[in-house]
Design a protein. Structure first.
Length: 168
């Protein structure tokens, strides 16, 4: 069993290194260190292949990939989803948001309002989201890799330290 885990870990590490784009400074090992701790915050500058790295990792482990670009006008329902009324059946149907995935890249998390950050934090901590008072479970392997844009000071909202998800 130990040999199997070791070989799998080595395979993932090799694949991440092999799929880097030439000229990109961001190292796959940085993401690898983050993944060992499940959920992390990366403070890398834009254009360092963070999305490519997480997409590659999701492909390697056969997991679903999702990405949310956080903006100042993003609402909690934009990431969690919402119930939509179906006129034909006179019922509400859940339209799941991008948070219903296995590996989620939360890009520039410091640009979104605290209310939206709180919805993400609930998902990260409890592996569930609340939509219209109803709980919805997330994937058992749900993992968030978040980035913070340190370069842009426009519409920047500090991520609360007490809710911090670490740093790479």
């Amino acid at each position: 069993m130990i040999e199997y885990v070791s070989s799998t870990v080595e395979h993932i590490r090799r694949e991440l290194e092999n799929n880097r784009r030439p000229g990109r400074a961001y190292r796959a090992n940085s993401w690898w260190r983050c993944l060992r701790r499940v959920t992390r915050l990366s403070k890398a500058v834009p254009g360092t292949a963070k999305t490519l790295t997480v997409k590659t990792l999701s492909r390697i482990i056969n997991a679903n990939f999702g990405r949310i670009q956080f903006t100042p006008d993003l609402m909690p329902s934009d990431i969690t989803g919402t119930n939509v009324f179906n006129v034909a059946t006179s019922t509400f149907n859940l339209r799941p948001g991008p948070i219903f995935t296995d590996l989620l890249l939360a890009d520039e998390i410091n640009r979104t309002p605290p209310k939206t950050q709180a919805a993400l934090l609930e998902a990260m901590e409890e592996r569930q989201v609340t939509i219209d008072g109803e709980l919805h479970r997330l994937s058992p392997i749900f993992t968030v890799l978040a980035t913070e844009n340190r370069l842009s000071t426009r519409a920047r909202i500090r991520f609360p330290k007490r809710n911090s998800i670490g740093s790479c």
